[in-house]
Design a protein around this ligand. Structure first.
Ligand SMILES: *Cc1c(COP(=O)(O)O)cnc(C)c1O
Length: 394
């Protein structure tokens, strides 16, 4: 049986999978089982924030695995407490953190916090959460309903929880607020929905308005967090102070971890939320190692340099291939090229794989780039050489 046959026979077929078998990675270069190399401009959908085989991360994981992998959240967990402190310090927000295992689970936590806040802080119970069209918040029944894309709300999984509505733009959010609205949930750069950043001034204005109304601002930083936009959090870059922030993807460098952080540290009472695995020794140690690597690169100005370098290369492609791409979109190392149509987007993505370059697709016909934060200039150069070879021949 080939690997492809084995996968098709035993794994539920919920992904449109590529069957290249990757066996090893070094930095932002991956190798398949035939020894062919690929430049990784996807980092496992924004997860491998420190690349593949990072020495600090892998030795932290090996050391931790040899001592304790897991106890439970009924015991204090030293690396978890340290990681919480580090995230709070780097963010600059006076918040408390709950650890989960994924982005969707972090958002579930955020929704629970918002709903309890809505019950305790207002005379009537407020429970409605406004999100944006083209948003993506996860795959659980609740977070899929929070996702502002009709195609995700398939009737197969109904009934969905009540209380979610979707607005076309930030300007529309104001009108949608009623006396049952408890929160607005947004990504500052919509990732899956097409790598589309919101305007900073518009977000700041919304944030001020929500604060005045006592309505919570929840920022889903599952993709934008952990230096993806150049700052530790996109909320830092936008200079806002959200009430709740969720994290996941890049935080563990590949080890599953999610987090919800909030200024409302007392809102959940003991026993009201929990997770068996959340923030265990292994994942919290991974998070600590990732933050050690990235915060030090940030202090040295390396992340800003990488970001500018990647940006220049991408912009040059965008201006030279106006026949294929409408525009360049995104922020920091969360970038995209908006293709003229879905056909171009598909050919670019599959052509890149053949040429030895991994890119992603996102909504609105976007070819998406989510390289690791530690990607080198050489790898960026080589990646764009391969990219240009592909688009030249289209
Ligand atoms: C990926 C993503 C999620 C879902 O994260 P999972 O770990 O797959 O559950 C939620 N929100 C945003 C913005 C994401 O990019």
């Amino acid at each position: 049986m080939t690997l492809e046959q084995q996968d098709k026979k035993y794994v539920l077929q919920t992904y449109a999978r590529n069957y290249t078998n990757f066996v090893r990675g070094v930095g932002s270069t991956l190798y398949d089982d035939k020894g062919k190399d690929y430049i990784d401009f996807a980092s496992g959908i924004g997860v491998n924030s420190v690349g593949h085989g990072n020495e600090t991360l892998t030795s932290a994981l090996c050391d931790q695995a040899k001592s304790i992998i897991h106890i439970s959240n009924l015991q204090v967990i030293e690396p978890q407490a340290k990681l919480a402190q580090r995230i709070v310090e780097l963010s600059g927000y006076d918040m408390g953190i709950f650890f989960a295992n994924s982005g969707a689970e972090a958002n579930e936590g955020a929704i629970k916090i918002a709903r309890k806040y809505g019950e305790t802080k207002f005379d009537n119970k407020r429970y409605k959460i406004i999100t944006l069209e083209h948003s993506f918040h996860g795959r659980t029944i609740t977070t899929v309903k929070a996702t502002g894309q009709e195609s995700f709300h398939t009737p197969h999984f109904s009934p969905y929880p009540d209380g979610f509505s979707y607005e076309k733009s930030i300007a529309d959010v104001y009108k949608a607020i009623d006396d049952e609205t408890v929160a607005v949930l947004i990504e500052l750069v919509q990732g899956e929905g097409g790598v589309q950043p919101f305007d900073k001034k518009e977000i700041q204005k919304l944030s001020t308005h929500l604060k005045a109304e006592g309505i919570l601002l929840i920022v889903d930083e599952v993709q934008t967090g952990i230096y993806r936009t150049g700052s530790f959090l996109a909320s830092n870059l936008y200079e806002i102070e959200p009430d709740i922030i969720t994290l996941a993807k890049g935080l563990g460098g590949g080890v599953p971890i999610g987090a919800v952080m909030t200024t409302h540290k007392e809102i959940l009472s003991m026993g009201e939320h929990g997770s068996t695995f959340g923030g265990n020794y292994l994942s919290a140690s991974a998070g600590l190692a990732v933050l050690e690597v990235l915060s030090s690169l940030d202090e040295k100005g390396v992340i800003a340099e990488t970001l500018a370098y990647f940006s220049d290369k991408l912009q040059s492609i965008a201006t030279r291939y106006e026949n294929l791409f409408e525009k360049e979109v995104g922020l920091g190392l969360m970038r995209g090229l908006r293709a003229k149509d879905a056909q171009i987007q598909a050919s670019v993505a599959s052509g890149c794989m053949d040429e030895g370059l991994i890119v992603l697709k996102a909504g609105r016909n976007t070819v998406r780039f989510l390289p690791s934060i530690t990607i080198s200039k050489d790898e960026i150069d080589e990646g764009f050489v391969r990219f240009e070879k592909v688009i030249c021949s289209l």
